[in-house]
Design a protein around this ligand. Sequence first.
Ligand SMILES: NC(=O)c1ccc[n+]([C@@H]2O[C@H](COP(=O)([O-])OP(=O)(O)OC[C@H]3O[C@@H](n4cnc5c(N)ncnc54)[C@H](OP(=O)(O)O)[C@@H]3O)[C@@H](O)[C@H]2O)c1
Length: 239
Amino acid sequence: MEFPLLITGGNGRLGTELRRLIPGHYPTRAELDVTNRTQINGLVFESSYAGILHLAAISDPKTADAQRTLSYAVNVLGTRNMARKANEENIPFIYISSDYVFPCTTGGYKEEDAPAPANWYGYTKYAGELEAQLAGGEHLIIRTSFRPKIWSFPTAFSDIITTADYVDVIAQEIATCVALKIRGIIHIGTPAKSFYELAAQRKPQVIPALCTDPTFPRNRTLAISRWLEAKHHARGMVR
Ligand SMILES: NC(=O)c1ccc[n+]([C@@H]2O[C@H](COP(=O)([O-])OP(=O)(O)OC[C@H]3O[C@@H](n4cnc5c(N)ncnc54)[C@H](OP(=O)(O)O)[C@@H]3O)[C@@H](O)[C@H]2O)c1
């Protein structure tokens, strides 16, 4: 891309990793609050951007559920504001969504499967997807999941399955996806594994545990074949 991206929420976990991978302008929340339309219209577009990469969100499901008015404002209305701004500026809008748009019971969810959010956070992320689509411009919706770089717990669930990976791994995949200019919906992750298997990759002494909370999503796997094919195809093209 000729111009840098504008990245919202760039001081978070994912944004911190993406700074090393995607050149762009990473304003703080004070500089760009996605719920503040005056600020969006007045301050943000002083220079040209190749697109908006929208990371800003209330990303912790417990916080999102406890503060529904806030999480609706940021995750849904904030996404609407930024998606509309991208459309007005005629630049692509890239939105990071979640595996929680699915019920996370049977797993293996494909891009075209019907969302049925697992929790309030998932509901707000799905509503954000609709905002990205309804704004009417070019867009990319990336559904994914990631964990902090270091496994901080002594145990990890061996009976919860995921296509999540560490945030630095997923950030690299997202940067590749953005560079490929893919459009529409895509699922990004790494092959299915238990959280215990993921944790043990970086913390060999981690102890396997069973999840005793019956409400906890058991199978969070996304079908990632479309992403793997896109990467494979892109590698073939550069040869
Ligand atoms: N964590 C996951 O496993 C996961 C999985 C799937 C998708 N996602 C999505 O990926 C994106 C990044 O997640 P993350 O884990 O990096 O989140 P994070 O660490 O919680 O960072 C969120 C960022 O959003 C900013 N923010 C919050 N409200 C804002 C507002 N009103 N205006 C502007 N910025 C605001 C925060 O600002 P401050 O720095 O000031 O707090 C922070 O920089 C989110 O959209 C999340 O929903 C996350």
